[in-house]
Design a protein around this ligand. Sequence first.
Ligand code: HEC
Ligand code: HEC
Length: 363
Amino acid sequence: MREFKILAVVVFFTLLVYVGVEPFAHSQMHAHVEGHDFVYDGTADIEEANTRVEKTKEALEKAKERLTEVQSIENSPQEDLVKAQDAVTKQENALAKAEETVTHKKSFWANVASIAQLDVNITNGEMSFGTCIACHNGAGINMGGVIPPNLDRIGSLYDKNYLIALIKDPAMASNVDHKYANTMMHPMGSVMAMVTSDQQIADIVGYIMQNKVGELEPKAAFEEACVRCHAVRYAKVTQLGDTPEFKEEKDALAHKIKVLDEQALVEAYMGKLPPDLSMMIRARSPHYMETFVENPQTQLPGTSMPRVGLTKENYEKVKTYLEEVGDPSKPAREAIGPWVILFFVVFTILAYLWKKSQWKDLH
Ligand code: HEC
Ligand code: HEC
């Protein structure tokens, strides 16, 4: 009886922690983030900008209350008054800026939607695409922080609306506009000076979309979308791509130095070295991973990782690749499973027969 009571207490507290405390703590530490199904229409960005307006309004109210309070105190020091007044001015400016951001984002994404509707001229698009190749030339040279990715297969990799937005304003498309007072400072920023009309953007994207190459392999999707920033140690992938096999140690070391140099540039650009992704899919929940890649700002506000603009289908490819890399023994484990079960079945039968033969004479 006593044991049952102890068991009941243990069960009660275990359940309390499991269904009560843990999910609560989790929701406090990681707010649940809704995905947008890899649709890039600015909804999430405008929501985010609106939230900032609301927060700034609250801060302004607080600052105003404080000012009234200081004013109501008789003989309050001039210094306090000035400080309270400054705080109000500061929040008023922040509010104006936050409201301007909302307006800007609304008109930007409305413009993207209208560009998507334009009739396209593929020949003109192919010609204008030359401006892209100036930077995306496959030479593997770092440009302002990263090696510009290969564009051969972008029609199959990225979302159409996202590509329109990217050419229109790379910082807005990647949702890292908070990092740049002016998009011209973005490493791809000068595209805005080269491709200036909406029609030209529509034509380029029309050309890109006509040159789809069919489905990408998981590894290719991952390498094109993520590897300029992230290494995957388990697969011997660095920011320079696959690590070649070297016969001479000297060559291997020389390659290592190149990788370190490249990582230093990426780190300077991003503010920190993007983490190795070998184990990341196992460390984070699938939901986190998906919503993070779709829009990094939702999970890590202020992060410098850009939104990469993958279609849902290609996100699934990236995920498949990371799952394979993170758990290389999975196929072997799964293959061995049926044999283990068979072993237990045979063992049980033998044990039963043995037991029967032992007890036969005793009954
Ligand atoms: C332009 C560089 C860049 C690209 C491209 C990029 N990332 Fe990142 N990523 C970063 C940086 C920087 C961080 C660190 C973010 C931070 O801590 O603020 C990061 C962090 C992450 C994290 C960890 C998030 C966490 O909670 O700590 C994951 C997962 C991730 N990236 C996945 C991806 C995937 C998948 C791709 C390709 C689809 C990708 N990244 C492409 C720069 C990049
Ligand atoms: C001034 C050099 C430059 C020009 C011109 C340029 N790009 Fe880029 N592009 C870059 C760099 C650098 C990056 C990587 C930025 C990053 O990861 O933060 C990039 C990234 C990209 C990406 C990957 C975006 C993502 O979210 O993963 C695509 C797609 C792309 N460019 C397409 C184009 C197209 C199409 C054009 C022509 C209309 C073009 N680029 C013109 C430098 C350039």
